[in-house]
Write a protein that binds this ligand. Structure first.
Ligand SMILES: Cc1ncc(COP(=O)(O)O)c(C=O)c1O
Length: 346
């Protein structure tokens, strides 16, 4: 699939995808209502579809992955609580400190392996106010990111997820999955969304990453959690009116763009294996499980990114000696060969 106007190969992120012609056609035809008044039929259809897919009672369509995580965190916590997550988690690194500003919560950071925490690490990171003579904050929410973005796109093993959900429950904590790329995990592991997320109180999924919709995320959980999240969405200014035009893109993406994610994973693998044997670069192939390739660079990553840009390849230098390639639905086999040739030319 391509349908992207640029002749550059843009692998900065899977967020750069543009709606295809077919997706734009369903958006144009969407029947809409006023979602603040609860009567946009296309939003309702999207929410029902996602809730069913994830085996949860209810769902809430929101503007972004950041908003979805924010309303979830706020729905699950009160000021003075503590959130347990991996050091590389998007909610900690890249959401503007929303956990502090919007929830009044602190964060207990876990040093997972490539973004993947163990149940023991989670257990050890939970501290409770009770029994601490009020010294500790109240660890009340465990957050998992699957797949892990900064971890390299790796998936949680199902046993680990199940055990982390059990640890949360045993410690009277809520549990949340930042599933911005949960469908990459679905395709990579062969497990259904409902199975992967079983035992977790809420899941945030993004429609605007690997799925290729222009805007939108969906939070799923129990009716009680979604009711609370709905109120926080309103207070955060996220109530929206004829949102069905965007929900239509989400429904189209879920119907048409999930299975094809397998192609992104194959292309990422091909890129990773080719670069791994080149001088000046190093790729840990064990981490290349989905659509991301993190390449360690001998030269400064910023110089590598600038030099690749001259050859028409756009990517991010993520760390002083690391660049990231993210494969998505606009990337073709020809693009893959262009990326490999550009790296070989460094
Ligand atoms: C793991 C993860 N969670 C959440 C988000 C936030 O999504 P958005 O950019 O839609 O706010 C991102 C964005 O890239 C992400 O990678």
């Amino acid at each position: 699939m391509r349908e992207h106007p640029s002749d550059r190969v843009d692998v900065r992120s899977d967020t750069i995808t543009q709606p295809t012609a077919a997706m734009r056609a369903v958006m144009e035809a969407a029947v809409v209502g006023d979602d603040v008044l609860g009567d946009d039929p296309t939003v309702i259809a999207l929410q029902n579809k996602v809730a069913t897919l994830f085996g949860k009672e209810a769902a809430l369509f929101v503007a972004s992955g950041t908003m979805s995580n924010a309303v979830a965190l706020r729905a699950h916590t009160v000021p003075g609580d503590e959130i347990i997550c991996d050091r590389s988690a998007h909610i900690y690194r890249y959401e503007g400190g929303g956990y502090a500003a919007l929830c009044g919560a602190s964060v207990a950071l876990v040093d997972g392996e490539k973004g993947i925490m163990t149940p023991e690490q989670v257990q050890n990171a939970i501290r409770k106010a009770d029994g601490s003579q009020s010294h500790y904050p109240d660890g009340s929410l465990v957050c998992v990111e699957n797949t892990s973005n900064l971890g390299g796109g790796g998936c949680y093993p199902q046993d680990t997820l199940d055990e982390i959900a059990a640890v949360a429950r045993a410690n009277d904590c809520k549990s949340h999955i930042d599933g911005a790329r949960i469908f990459n995990a679905v395709i990579a592991t062969g497990n259904s969304p409902a199975r992967i997320c079983k035992g977790f109180d809420s899941v945030s999924i993004c429609l605007s990453k690997g799925l290729g919709a222009p805007v939108g995320s969906v939070l799923v959980g129990s009716q009680e959690v979604i009711d609370r999240a709905h109120r926080w969405r309103k207070m955060f200014g996220g109530g929206w009116r004829q949102a069905g035009i965007l929900a239509a893109a989400g429904i189209y993406a879920l119907d048409n763009h999930v299975e094809r994610i397998a192609e992104d994973h194959q292309r990422a693998r091909r890129i990773a294996e080719a670069i791994a044997v080149m001088d000046g670069f190093d790729v840990d192939l064990s981490t290349v499980q989905t659509n991301m390739v993190y390449v360690n660079t001998e030269a400064p990553a910023a110089d590598v990114a600038a030099s690749l840009a001259e050859l028409g390849i756009d990517l991010f230098d993520i760390a002083p000696n690391s660049v990231r390639i993210v494969v998505h639905l606009h990337i073709t086999d020809e693009d893959v060969e262009r990326i490999i040739a550009a790296f070989a030319a460094q």
